[in-house]
Design a protein around this ligand. Structure first.
Ligand code: BES
Ligand code: ZN
Length: 860
């Protein structure tokens, strides 16, 4: 059996999802020399490894690296011999390097040495360059982004999360520059214009968490109570913008140390803002990288929403230092463990530090987004098979993050906070410096709670979708029935073990039980008593902690907007009843609830624009009449001492009114904007309403009058705060201008990372233009954009289309252009178009719509 590996030929290693494991790395001694001007790098790596079965081969990952055949050798430990390979084969499709020796390698330790060269690319993955300005001069910095599988683009390695090893990193860089890595510097040797920086050896960790950064930066610094050094690095001259994140980080490290009952394992934590960054942030061990908008906070120019984003992202990435970095998923199938958990626990932290933000109520937006994706036939189970490296990027999606976080929340609230935390701490302790699967977490929670966690959770993580629970009362008994919810309106065959929480007539007593059949009857004693009351009510899914929808019978008519919206879209309820429901929120005071109402309203506007453009004016009028009183109450100017949620609401409200074309809002916005244009420090346009003002301004723009757009370009060009730039990338009701904005988005003036903001802002008027534009520019887009960013281009543009013709068009277009890295997204987006189209048809058939709109606008 052991001889098998020795007999194999090069061919047998090709086309495999995972690397063979007859040799495993223990320690990497890695040296890198980036050339920031020529945008290339050279490097050498000495990997100490264990040969565990006889083999003539070593197989590891490498991609886009130049490895000369003479640059590879293997030295078995304890012998003087250095083995030269007979053949080094690079397989680009599999991103592997197959090294064949003439003799069988001795079992036990040995060192594989490889010298290599590469390019500092501009694709925001692997070892790449980001561009910034220093003293008015353009400069390159060198940055790494390795998750999920791009360490192999920087150095040859066993680039899978389960091959954990120790890293000893050395950098050779210009002597005056800042060089950072996961661990602190142990020594610097300056030699004229260059220096060699030696970093301390790391604990064992996965390759995707290795990081290196070289550039000019400033920083602010603080220490945790137990002495961990924390720094936030920013562009030179902007370190004050790092203060808020620094404060949050220090508190978060202390909180998580307690929550996971294990200290933060590294001696330092550096966090750094990178001007060109593919995602929001990346949890590299001890050196977390961020997009500027997710780390920097400017007291004068950042909004409340920006502040919350920074706090949540920092908490999320620091959670990974334990959940992900210390205990790592065994394979990408379990990615959701990382991302779902970090998402959930970031809310826990934010709620501790900023209780007035009501983040758990805001969490609803996470589950709503999860619900939307998971209602497609093209969704996927939380635990998803990964058979090729190109499939990994696409699963950093709403299923892994949002459904993942939601099912964790559901379980936590079912088991109870204390038991949940204790079992979790036991899990972290057991798997520290090692890898775990989803099963392992369930086992720990089952042991800690005595509840059937495995059976319960398998139904949520191994099958896609979720149930809608039908509730009926019959003869004093509660009848529940579950069916899989699908946006298409058809019924799926899924069945779940559903933790039910229930209150009737009072929130002071909660019933809790598992519902696992297709249909079950429950005899609840409390129910019989309180049913006698006149104002009897019943609520399932108390606090919305569970991942299912509820459909009550007539008698229990629901007030839950999001469920109604979804049911409406699936053709199970009429749009008219959704509009009635919206109108019923006219006295709502909660920011989160109103934000959902507004979001839903704008979605309806988008559909109506296709379904019944002649009703659009009335729909907008109806929504304006509904929103106006809120806007009047809250006003454009912040009241002294008002809360965070008020500030969020103000921005959301005025942005919506601007999008709806509300004249008073637009006039006031333009008035304030003109003052702002002359004086960027004016109190008339505080950051919370700037986005609203920009959207309003773009409503005044058309082909023959582009003054507003030009003013916005001026703001864009003059601001050096990313949050400000991103806000000002707005759109317009005039399709010709939309096209111009899209072209600007792809000009050298806009960083690739920011381009999706333009697409997101396109709005109902621009989606068809955006789709035509995407088709025309696809070759360029797919050549320059990669990873999750590319999937956003597809999903944002295609999912917004709403006719069958467009659906056919998209299908035809992607037939010959779909690759493994976008396949899932293309399929899901087209499914959405079909669902939209169906909804559009049903809206068209609602004859009474027009009258209802008019009636309501008057009554409101
Ligand atoms: N591990 C991810 C970063 C990542 C995303 C790597 C996609 C590779 C592909 C990181 O922890 C993360 O989740 N970042 C989020 C922000 C978070 C607050 C939800 C992001 O980038 O959006
Ligand atoms: Zn994450």
């Amino acid at each position: 059996m052991a001889a098998a590996a020795a007999e194999q030929s090069v061919e047998q290693f090709k086309g495999k999802a995972r690397l063979p494991n007859f040799a495993t790395p223990r320690r990497y001694d890695l040296r890198l020399t980036p050339d920031l001007e020529a945008c290339v790098f050279s490097g050498s790596v000495a990997v100490s490894l264990d040969v565990t079965a006889p083999t003539r081969f070593l197989v590891l990952n490498a991609a886009e690296l130049d490895v000369a055949p003479g640059a590879v050798s293997f030295a078995p430990q304890g012998s003087d011999k250095v083995l030269e390979p007979a053949e080094v084969t690079n397989v680009p499709g599999d991103e592997i390097l197959i090294i064949r020796f003439n003799e069988v390698l001795p079992l036990g330790e040995g060192t594989l040495s490889i010298a290599f060269k590469g390019t500092l690319n501009d694709k925001m993955h692997g070892f790449y360059r980001s561009v910034y300005e220093l003293n008015g001069e353009k400069k390159n910095m060198a940055v790494t982004q390795f998750e999920p599988a791009d360490a192999r683009r920087c150095f040859p390695c066993w680039d899978e999360p389960s091959f954990k090893a120790v890293f000893k990193i050395t950098l050779e860089v210009p002597s005056e520059i800042v060089a950072l890595s996961n661990m602190p510097v142990v020594e610097e040797k300056v030699n004229g214009p260059t220096k060699v920086v030696y970093f301390q050896e790391s604990p064992i960790m996965s390759t995707y968490l290795v990081a290196v950064i070289v550039g000019f930066f400033d920083y602010v610094e603080a220490f945790t109570t137990d002495g961990t050094r924390v720094r936030v690095y920013t562009q030179v001259g902007k370190s004050a913008q790092g203060k808020f994140a620094l404060e949050v980080a220090v508190k978060t490290l202390v909180l998580f140390k307690e929550y996971f009952a294990v200290p933060y394992p590294l001696p330092k934590m550096d966090m750094i803002a990178i001007p060109d960054f593919a995602s929001g942030a990346m949890e590299n061990y001890g050196l977390v990288t961020y997009r500027e908008t997710a780390l920097l906070f400017d007291e004068k120019h950042s909004a409340a929403a920006n502040k919350q984003r920074v706090a949540v992202v920092v908490a999320h990435e620091l959670a990974h230092q334990w959940f992900g970095n210390l205990v790592t998923m065994e394979w990408w199938t379990h990615l959701w463990l990382n991302e779902g958990f970090a998402t959930w626990v970031s809310y826990l932290a934010a709620d501790q530090f900023f209780p007035e933000w009501n983040v758990w109520t805001q969490f609803l937006e996470e589950s709503t987004t999860g619900f939307k994706l998971d209602a497609l036939e093209g969704s996927h189970p939380i635990e998803v098979d990964i058979n090729h490296v190109d499939e990994i990027d696409e699963i950093f999606d709403a299923i892994s993050y949002r459904k993942g976080a939601s099912v964790i929340r559901m379980l936590q609230s079912y088991l109870g906070a204390e038991i949940f935390q204790k079992s979790l701490a036991a899990y972290i302790k057991k798997f520290a410096y090692s890898n775990a699967k989803t099963e392992d977490l369930w086992a720990a929670l089952e042991e800690g709670s005595g509840e059937p966690v495995r059976t319960l959770m398998h139904s949520w993580t191994k099958q896609q979708g979720y149930p809608v629970i039908n509730v009926e009362l019959k003869d004093g008994k509660l009848q529940l029935e579950q069916t899989q919810f699908l946006s298409s309106g058809s019924t799926g065959v899924g069945q779940w073990v559903v933790p039910i929480t229930l209150c009737c007539c009072s929130y002071s007593r909660q019933e809790k039980f598992l519902f696992q059949g297709k249909q079950e009857e429950f005899n609840l004693s409390g129910l019989i008593e309180c049913q006698k009351k006149d104002d009897f009510w019943i609520k399932l899914n108390v606090n919305q902690t569970s991942f299912y929808r509820v459909s009550y019978d007539e008698e229990l008519a629901s007030r839950v907007l999001d469920d109604t919206y979804a049911l409406c879209m699936a053709g199970k309820q009429k749009l008219v009843s959704l509009l009635h429901l919206i109108a019923a929120y006219k006295d709502e005071t909660e920011y989160t609830v109103l934000a959902r109402v507004i979001d839903t309203s704008l979605n309806i506007v988008e559909m109506m624009a296709v379904a019944a453009p002649e009703e659009l004016v009335n729909l907008k009028k109806f929504l304006i009449v509904f929103l106006e009183p809120f806007a009047e109450k809250i006003g454009w100017d912040a009241k002294s001492g008002e809360g965070h949620l008020n500030a969020l609401l103000r921005g959301t409200l005025f942005t919506a009114l601007a999008e709806l074309g509300h004249e008073a809002t637009i006039n006031e916005a333009v008035r304030r904007f003109n003052v702002f244009l002359e004086d960027r420090e004016t109190p008339l346009l505080p950051p919370d309403v700037r986005k609203a003002a920009y959207v309003a301004l773009m409503q005044t723009v058309n082909k023959s009058n582009k003054a507003g757009y030009e003013s916005l370009l001026k703001i864009y060009r003059e601001s050096d705060l990313s949050q400000e730039k991103v806000r000002s990338l707005g759109s317009c009701p005039d399709p010709d201008v939309v096209r111009e904005v899209l072209d600007f988005m792809f000009s050298p003036e806009v960083r690739n990372q920011d381009s999706i903001w333009v697409l997101r802002g396109v709005g109902a008027a621009g989606y068809e233009v955006a789709w035509e534009w995407l088709k025309e520019n696809w070759d360029h887009i797919s050549a320059t954009i990669s990873g999750t960013l590319l999937t956003y281009f597809v999903s944002i543009t295609v999912s917004a289309l709403a006719t069958d013709e467009k659906g056919d068009d998209a299908e035809e277009f992607f037939k010959s252009r779909t690759k493994a890295n976008i396949a899932r997204t293309v399929k899901q987006s087209i499914e959405r178009v079909r669902i939209n189209a169906k909804w559009v048809k049903s809206i068209k058939s609602e004859a009474e719509l027009g009258n209802v709109l008019k009636e309501h606008a008057v009554k409101l």
